[in-house]
Design a protein around this ligand. Structure first.
Ligand code: SAH
Ligand code: SF4
Length: 385
């Protein structure tokens, strides 16, 4: 078995410690960070400004390896979805969503999820395991550097907020959201380590407002995050009262709405922008009535926030239906009229099942994955010809 150390598994501090353990000078850690994360170099022999002896040591002891790719699908709207092999018959997915002024990567933090929300296909498949720091940051590493090598992708992002990018010319991914598979706050240390790399100027140099962690509401960990690394926070609400939230988001039984809202208020002073985001999945006849809208206004009116309504993305056997477009619009209008800033999430990548809650719905069944790989190959064949 290969016992080499995967350098993707180190956050900036961890890498410095590793370098020190090899009796190398501290600045070598920064050099390495830049080679790995800024340049996407996986071949240690190519790291030309590292001393030959140091390269030889690294070659012997270390490697840079991301998760193997099972499939790579392209949607008609430019959305891209990768299915990654995490072993033992499990897979996770990540999704790249290009827009005019940004490129967003949605990454996973766990294989499966123990929270088991009623409307989520990841929850339905149960919990398999936590991803390591390297498996989490390896998603950004792989996506960023793969896309950079594709000239059409680079042209999408050449400025942030109208300011030309000088220091990160050619960067494709401007925003990262931890909204893929898993509950990031139940895999705290690896997630925070990976986010430290996202923010580090020698690695990805993203600002805290461009990294968003989405949580179902793990209250004690929200407080820890505020203290350790307060990135933008999205809270998955989905219900305006405890009775309904207990059913839809079972972690509510442990951390009910009163505690969750108090934790949100405590997070706010640390948040990179002066508001939090609440996500609300619109389920026909379940949480989308006028009465629910009224209760939601009461719940949110005293907290600076944006409400993001997500039309439910159905998956087999959920037993739930998406609210009609008219219902979503009316619900949004009621919230807006009461002073709550409300947006409706666009569904992207429908043709490759890349939307929220559909991620790796096919993971359990590897036959299905294999079939899909064949479909992907076929699609590529068509594209290539
Ligand atoms: N575990 C975290 C992050 C991953 S889920 C969390 O729950 O916040 C990311 C978002 O997708 C959450 O808001 C989640 O509620 C939403 N989601 C899950 N399944 C969905 C589905 N089938 N349709 C629409 N949104 C869904
Ligand atoms: Fe887990 Fe989030 Fe899905 Fe709930 S919505 S089961 S917390 S991934």
């Amino acid at each position: 078995m290969d016992s080499r150390t995967n350098l993707l598994n180190f956050d900036p501090e961890g890498l410095s410690e590793y370098i020190a353990s090899l009796q190398e000078k501290p600045f070598r850690a920064k050099q390495l960070l830049r080679w790995i994360h800024q340049r996407g170099e996986a071949d240690i022999t190519q790291m030309s400004d590292l001393a030959k002896t140091f390269r030889a040591t690294l070659l012997e002891k270390a490697e840079i390896t991301a998760l193997p790719i099972i499939s790579d699908q392209h949607a008609a709207d430019g959305t891209r979805k990768w299915l990654l092999d995490v072993g033992a018959g499990d897979a996770v997915e990540m999704v790249y969503i290009p827009e005019d002024d940004r490129g967003t990567l949605c990454i996973s933090s766990q294989a499966g999820c123990a929270v088991n929300c009623r409307f989520c296909s990841t929850g339905k498949q149960g919990f398999s395991r936590n991803l390591s720091l390297g498996e989490i940051i390896g998603q950004l590493w792989m996506a960023e550097h793969t896309l950079r090598r594709e000239p059409h992708a680079i042209r999408r992002i050449d400025s942030y907020d109208g300011t030309p990018i000088v220091e990160h010319e050619g960067r494709v991914i401007s925003n990262v959201v931890l909204m893929g598979m898993g509950e990031p706050l139940l895999n705290y240390e690896p997630v925070v380590g990976a986010m430290r790399l996202m923010l580090d100027d020698h690695a990805y140099g993203l600002s805290r407002r461009r990294v968003t962690l989405s949580t179902s509401g793990v209250v004690p960990m929200m407080d820890r995050l505020a203290n350790d690394l307060p990135v933008a926070l999205a809270v998955s609400l989905h219900a305006p009262n405890d009775a309904l939230r207990d059913e839809l988001v079972p972690i509510n039984k442990k951390y009910p709405l009163k505690e969750l809202m108090a934790a949100c208020m405590r997070y706010l002073p640390f948040a990179p922008r002066d508001f939090l985001t609440f996500e609300y999945c619109m389920l026909d006849g379940v949480n989308d009535t006028d009465q629910h809208a009224k209760e939601l206004v009461e719940l949110l009116k005293r907290i600076p926030c944006k409400l993001n309504l997500i039309p439910f993305n159905p998956f087999p056997e959920s037993g739930l239906k998406r609210s009609s477009t008219a219902r979503v619009q009316d619900f949004a209008k009621r919230l807006m009229d009461s002073g709550i800033i409300t947006t409706v999430r666009k569904t992207r990548g429908d043709d490759i099942a890349a939307a929220c809650g559909q991620l790796a719905g096919d993971v359990q069944d590897r036959t299905n994955v294999r079939e899909r790989m064949q479909v992907v190959k076929f699609d590529r064949g068509v594209l290539d010809s």
